[in-house]
Design a protein around this ligand. Sequence first.
Ligand SMILES: *Cc1c(COP(=O)(O)O)cnc(C)c1O
Length: 456
Amino acid sequence: MSQTRDAVGFFELAEWDHKFLWHPFTQMRDWLEHEPLIIARGEGNYLIDVQGRRYLDGVSSLWCNVHGHRKAELDAALHAQVDRIAHTTMLGLSNVPAIELARRLAAVAPEGLTRVFYSDAGATAVEIALKLAFQYWQIKGAPERSRFVSLTESYHGDTLGAVSIGYSETFHRYFKPLLFPCERLDPPHIFRWQRRMSEADALAAAVREAEELFARCGERIAALIVEPMMQGAAGMWNHPPAYLAALRRLTRETGTLLICDEVATGFGRTAKMFAVEHAGVDPDILCVGKGLTGGYLPLAATLATEGIFSAFLAPYDEFKTFFHGHTYTGNPLACAVASANLELFEREHVLERVGERAADLGDILARDFTALPHVGDIRQCGLMVGIEIVRDVESRTSYSPADRVGHRIIEQARRYGVIIRPLGDVIVLMPPLTISKSELADLTDATRRAIIDVTG
Ligand SMILES: *Cc1c(COP(=O)(O)O)cnc(C)c1O
C-alpha cells in the first residue's frame, strides 16, 4: 500500500523539486536533467528513498551523522524536549538544555576551553571565532593584531568571513573583492604530495615557512586558524600531529591565538573526541558543528578560554560587549539532542569502536585499493578518508575536470546501493561512527567496484 503511494508521490515530488528548489553547491542545469534521488526515511546507517530503495550513508549525510539515523536515544531526547518547549531566546534569557549542554561540552573539550557561544552552522561558529579574536586584541590594547593566517585550501564555511580565510579559487573567485586579506601557509601535505618530498622533509619545510611568517609579522597576527589533522574539504589533506604541535608552539611564542576548526573532525571522527588530542594541543578557540547533535539538527558552538572571555568583561558603557547573536542561538531542541549525543559517546564507548573500525578500514584500503591503477594516494584519519583518483599514478597527473571522474564514480556507487560524494577526484569515505564491520565491507566493496568500472 504505502509502497504504491510512495511510488506515485515520487513523480510529483520530482517535478516540484525541479520547479521550486535551488540546491547547494549544485550546477542546476545538470540537476534538472536527471531524476532526483529523494530521501524519505533513514534507518541505522541507511537512507531510504521515496521509492523504498535503501542506500548505505557513506558520507554521514555530509559528515554530520554520528550514531546512525533514527537513533532511539536521540529521537527520545527530541520528543521529550518538544513536549517542553521548542524554542526561546538566549538574548536576555537562558534555557535548560543550553545550560546542560554547555557544561557537558566544557567537560569534554580540550583543556582550558570553558566558555560556550552557540550558533547554528559551522560557518557561523567560525565567524564568531574570527570576530572574538579580532575584538579581543582591540580591547586588550593591541589593535595592530588584525591579520589572520590559515592553511592553503583550508575550508571554513561559506559566509564571507569564513570565505576570506578559506578562499578557494574554484568556489569563491566571484567574491574576491568582498574579502579581507589573509596570510596562507602551505601545509606539509602540499610539500609531500605535490613536491614529492619525504614526510620528514615536507614537515620541516612547512614548519620553516610558518616560522618565517611568524618571525616576519607575528606581532601583527590576531589568530591562526587550522583544521587539525585533516583538511576536509581541501580533499582530505592530512598533516602529522607534529605540524599541529609546531603551530601551537609558534602561536604561543608570539602570543597569537590559535583557532581550531573541528567542525568536521570533532566528536569522534578521528577516533579521539577532538582531533587536537592527537597532538596534545589545546587551542584558544575551538569551533564545532556538524556532529555536535549527532547529525540531527543545525547547531554549532565556539568555545573560548576564560582569558578571552574575561577580556570582554567591563562596565556596559565601555562597550566591550560581544555584540553578536543569531535568532535561534542555543535552540533547546538542538541542545537537548546534542546532550543526548554526548551521553551516547560514554554509554556506547563510541571512541573505542571508532578506533577498531578505523583500523579495519585501514586494512581494507591497503589490501584492496592501493594497487588499483588509478588510485594515486589514500589519506585516512580515523573514519575520515580521501582516495585520490589520478589519470597517471607515476606522474601524478590528474584527470581533466571535464571528465568528472569523481562524480561518475559516486554515481556508479549509487547503483551498488551506496551514497558517497567526491571532492573533485578525491573519493570521500566518511561513514557514521556506528558503521558495522559488514557495512564497512559493503561500502568499500561498492566504492572499489565503482572506481574500477569508471577508470578501468
Ligand atoms: C563543513 C565545515 C564548515 C562549515 O560548516 P557549515 O555547517 O556547513 O556552515 C566549517 N569548517 C569545516 C572544517 C567544515 O568541514
